[in-house]
Write a protein of this length. Structure first.
Length: 303
């Protein structure tokens, strides 16, 4: 990053150089933008379905479950996209299968099983990395760097996003039905178990793609926060998904600009903006936000 680039905000105000210049001049910024927009487009609708299922914490659990597999991939092959991605995918699917199995054979509910296994996975991953890598490597794995996305990572993210959007186009209605009323889906002959498994696989794939850019701890932020923010504005499921994607893309774009101009970490900048969108929506959203719930009471009391 050049010195002149860092002084753009002071020299050029909020003109073209501020909003477009970084992406026009620097290839790494274009790579980061494409990767972040693709992640927002594919992961935000999945986050919306997780919100409908009241399973938002599942995304967080699965993101943590990636860590031991990615750590083993790092130990075997270093910062290899293929090794770390394959390890993360296997680890997350294994945690999902174990949590589902424990909930079936014991009285433990599935959310508690997921929480237990993701904590085990997180501790195991940190332990492996601390034994075989430097603190810098561990920070990179946990928090990622979207500004360091290379062509191989970009291909992975684009491939996962394309696969996810195609799968959602085909399976959207049964996934919504399974999210809202799985008993109804089974009663009309739908294969709820198969739909749920396909949904979990898509969530894991998006988290694997996301951790390449945002790290294991930040990847879930772009999945869940835009969806929880959109929930306060949308009145239909289609609108919820579309608005979640729009919020995710806006946060990705603005987060990269903040990261570039003010030398902030890129992943946390994106996720924090999504968090601000959630807080603002919770306060002002028309669908159950604080102000919309307070206004009728004020009117009823003449205030």
């Amino acid at each position: 990053m050049s010195t002149s680039a860092l002084t753009w905000p002071a020299e050029a105000g909020l003109g073209w150089a501020f909003w477009i210049g970084p992406f026009a001049e620097f290839g790494f910024m274009r790579h980061a933008l494409v990767a972040a927009l693709a992640l927002a487009a594919s992961s935000a609708p999945l986050g919306a379905l997780l919100v409908l299922r009241r399973m938002s914490l599942l995304g967080d659990a699965m993101a943590h479950a990636l860590l031991p597999g990615a750590a083993i991939g790092f130990v075997v092959a270093g910062f290899s996209l293929a090794a770390m991605g394959a390890g993360a995918l296997v680890a997350a699917l294994l945690v999902a299968a174990l949590a589902a199995w424990v909930s079936r054979v014991t009285q433990q509910k599935e959310d508690a099983s997921f929480a237990s296994f993701y904590l085990i996975a997180l501790a195991l991953g940190v332990l492996i990395m601390s034994m075989h890598a430097s603190p810098v490597d561990l920070v990179h794995l946990l928090f990622g760097s979207v500004l360091a996305v290379d062509r191989d990572s970009l291909v992975l993210v684009a491939g996962v996003a394309s696969l996810t959007l195609a799968a959602l186009a085909v399976l959207f209605r049964p996934m919504v039905a399974e999210s809202l009323d799985p008993e109804f889906l089974r009663s009309v002959g739908g294969r709820g178990g198969w739909v749920q498994q396909a949904f979990i696989v898509l969530v894991v794939l998006n988290l694997v793609a996301g951790f390449q850019a945002l790290g294991t701890l930040m990847a879930v932020g772009l999945m869940i926060l835009p969806a929880t923010a959109a929930r306060y504005w949308a009145r239909s499921i289609a609108a919820l998904c579309a608005l979640a994607v729009a919020i995710g893309m806006a946060c990705a774009y603005l987060g990269l600009l903040l990261s570039f101009h003010f030398e902030l970490p890129s992943g946390p900048s994106i996720v924090l903006l999504a968090g601000l969108a959630f807080v603002a929506s919770a306060a002002l959203g028309r669908q159950g936000g604080w102000w919309s719930r307070r206004t009728p009471r004020l009117a009823a009391h003449g205030g």
